[in-house]
Design a protein around this ligand. Structure first.
Ligand SMILES: Cc1cc2nc3c(=O)[nH]c(=O)nc-3n(C[C@H](O)[C@H](O)[C@H](O)COP(=O)(O)O)c2cc1C
Ligand code: SF4
Length: 394
């Protein structure tokens, strides 16, 4: 079968790409022109939620404040995602370039990298890069911008932007109510842009190849390409940069082991696609293709027929029970009840009809949880239970 929709590209790790000269040209534009280019490119956040980057920058730019902040979210806690680490290891200057570009646009003089605790080994090298880069910014691009690293302490929920801000302020790492959004009331109340590592690299790339060219990559509503962390039952686990719009069937043909029965798109908080839906499911933000288009922060886990989907779901639920911050009832209690519920069904202590109650509970969590953690538990729960019901029962 031809693999038409799977298109490999090499923008992110392209070492020839000179970030300094791209910024040099970009800085000749006005702040409005820079932000309009980003909007025109259609760039959307690569951290999961897919918000339009240019619009986010514009909101922060329009805030009247002396002190604004740029934060690079390098918490990378989603199970099965390991691409931000590779970016920071291989091409850190491009991340710093994206932070500087954002700083220039919104009028910020300082930025932070919120670095996942487990990635602390990267700190010495990153600090060296930061020193070199901020010297170039100051001396050659006439832009004073400081960048510091803040180490996370290993909580998945601290990747959520407002929990991240709380943790940087020395508070418990718990999500805040939104609104207000960080662009209006962020770190210590300052207008703040929080962007994923990969998003920042693509922001610079928009100025390397031009907004129109960027928009022409991928599909409508999902411009550009994306780094995918491929894991599970695959002979080709690793990190690949592919255009948006790829069909899961083409992905499996390229990366699977000829026996794939499901692909978990987007990690534990994403969706499980069963074999029967491979051909009709496309990877991209939900736009025109709504219904058959799945977004992902980059995690693609392949499961073959030797895997128990009950065990997969059990593992995800244990993760959510552990990582729920406990602040709101639907998530704190719901995650535990879903876990206990599937265990009871598997042991024959509850009938298979009880699965319907659990599906309803998961939907309630989607509607009533305070943050994306509790809201997204239903994604994996419902898509695994509905497609692999026979594996859940006694
Ligand atoms: C539980 C949870 C964990 C998250 N973890 C991350 C993370 O590790 N990295 C990340 O960039 N975004 C993460 N996000 C999304 C952030 O809240 C935010 O949307 C993102 O950093 C914005 O950047 P972007 O617009 O460039 O995607 C997480 C969200 C939730 C609900
Ligand atoms: S949904 Fe879960 S993680 Fe989010 S605030 Fe509520 S308890 Fe905390």
């Amino acid at each position: 079968m031809p693999q038409d929709s799977l298109k490999r590209v090499d923008f992110i790790f392209d070492k020839e790409y000179d970030c300094k000269s791209v910024l040099y040209d970009a800085f000749k534009l006005t702040r409005d022109e820079i932000v309009e280019e980003i909007i025109k490119s259609g760039l959307r956040g690569r951290g999961g939620a897919g918000f339009y980057t240019g619009v986010k920058w514009k909101f922060a730019k329009e805030e009247k404040a002396e002190d604004k902040v740029v934060i690079c979210n390098a918490d990378e806690g989603e199970p099965g995602t390991f691409k931000d680490r590779a970016i920071l290891e291989e091409v850190p200057t491009k991340v710093l370039g994206g932070m500087a570009l954002c700083g220039k646009v919104i009028g910020a003089k300082r930025g932070y990298i919120y670095l996942r605790g487990e990635y602390n080994y990267l700190k010495p090298k990153l600090e060296e890069e930061i020193e070199k880069f901020t010297d170039v910014l100051r001396n050659e691009l006439n832009f004073d911008f400081t960048i510091k690293i803040f180490s996370g302490a290993g909580a998945y929920v601290c990747g959520e932007e407002t929990a991240l801000l709380n943790s940087m302020e020395g508070l418990r790492g718990e999500p805040r109510n939104k609104p207000p959004y960080p662009t209006h009331h962020g770190l210590f109340g300052k207008p703040t842009v929080v962007n994923n590592v990969e998003t920042l690299v693509y922001a610079v790339m928009v100025f390397k190849i031009g907004a129109d060219n960027f928009k022409n990559i991928g599909i409508q509503g999902s411009s550009g390409s994306k780094l995918f962390s491929v894991s599970g039952d695959t002979p080709k686990s690793g990190i690949y940069e592919l255009e948006f719009g790829m069909k899961v069937s083409d992905f499996v043909e390229e990366f699977g082991d000829d026996d794939a029965k499901a692909v978990q798109v987007g990690g534990a908080s994403g969706f499980c696609v069963p074999r029967k839906a491979f051909a009709k499911t496309t990877i991209g933000y939900q736009g025109k293709l709504k219904g058959n288009s799945l977004p992902t922060g980059g995690s693609m886990m392949i499961f073959n027929s030797s895997r128990s989907m009950y065990n997969v779901l059990h593992n995800y639920l244990e993760f959510f029970v552990e990582e729920s911050c406990g602040q709101c009832v639907p998530c704190r209690i719901g995650t535990q009840q879903l876990l206990k519920g599937i265990e009871a069904i598997k042991k024959g202590k509850k009938s298979s009809e009880y699965l319907d109650n659990l599906l309803a509970l998961a939907e309630t969590m989607r509607l009533t949880s305070k943050c994306g953690l509790g809201q997204s538990v239903a994604n994996s729960f419902s898509s695994i239970v509905e497609n692999f019901k026979e594996e859940m029962i006694y």
